[in-house]
Write a protein that binds this ligand. Structure first.
Ligand SMILES: Nc1ncnc2c1ncn2[C@@H]1O[C@H](COP(=O)(O)OP(=O)(O)O)[C@@H](O)[C@H]1O
Ligand SMILES: [Mg+2]
Length: 222
């Protein structure tokens, strides 16, 4: 039941939807934990908002270093943020953490960094991580101008790695988007995986509220 959550871009709702998926599984009585393998860009107090949000939505609490093995204060591409600290992101370390988490919970929701093939080190990218984890992918489409191309390219990249697209979520990040419903219909015609939900624009996005609107029954199993 574990999932890898990717998105059409950074800042389009991956964390919100990952947290909502955790709540939705928790409502089904599952032990759930979020994972953010690589976080880049901290708040002024030194915290990492994705880590905080995923922990708040998890009912299994683990050490920060387990659910978030790599963290960098600079908001930059992971391989560059890591290089600034003299580090290299290594997939085996992430896989080891994931294996530990999956022994502690029924469901691990792994939130990728940025878009699907964002580089993680000199050779590998987020898609390689999803493939190494061998998880079904949920694609969050941030509905705004440009999202059709980003969404369809991402679907191609997911399929190119032989991964299952378990479903996609239409997240209304732009309150003013023109022809929003037509954009959603366009993607529905071109993406064979189920649309799990259309998440409305919210002034104060709430993961529990979003959870209630996700069609968990239609998630395509592994
Ligand atoms: N449906 C929505 N309505 C309004 N704001 C949203 C919505 N989804 C996400 N946001 C806001 O957009 C920003 C980015 O969301 P987040 O989930 O952190 O994206 P990502 O994880 O892809 O970077 C946050 O400030 C979040 O509150
Ligand atoms: Mg995020």
């Amino acid at each position: 039941m574990s999932l890898f959550v990717t998105g059409t871009d950074t800042n389009i709702g991956k964390t919100l939807i990952s947290a909502a998926l955790l709540h939705a599984y928790a409502l089904q009585g599952k032990r759930v934990v979020g994972m953010k393998p690589v976080a880049a860009g901290c708040e002024s107090d030194g915290s990492y908002c994705d880590v905080t949000a995923l922990q708040a939505a998890s009912n299994v609490q683990v050490a920060d270093t387990l659910m978030n093995p790599y963290r960098y204060p600079t908001a930059a591409a992971p391989h560059l943020a890591a290089r600034l600290q003299g580090e290299t992101i290594e997939l085996p370390r992430i896989l080891r953490s994931y294996t530990e988490l999956s022994a502690l919970a029924d469901v691990v929701v792994v939130e990728g960094a940025g878009g699907f093939i964002l580089p993680l080190n000199e050779q590998q990218n987020g898609g390689d991580l999803a493939a190494a984890l061998n998880l079904p992918v949920v694609l969050v489409v941030g509905l705004r101008l440009g999202c059709l191309n980003h969404a369809l390219l991402t679907v191609q990249a997911i399929h190119a790695r032989g991964l299952k697209l378990a479903g996609w979520v239409a997240n209304c990040v732009d309150e003013q988007m023109a022809l929003r419903d037509e954009n959603i219909a366009t993607l529905q015609k071109r993406i064979s995986a189920p649309l799990l939900g259309v998440v409305p624009y919210q002034l104060q996005p709430d993961a529990r509220y979003v959870a209630a609107s996700l069609d968990m029954a239609s998630l395509v199993p592994r």
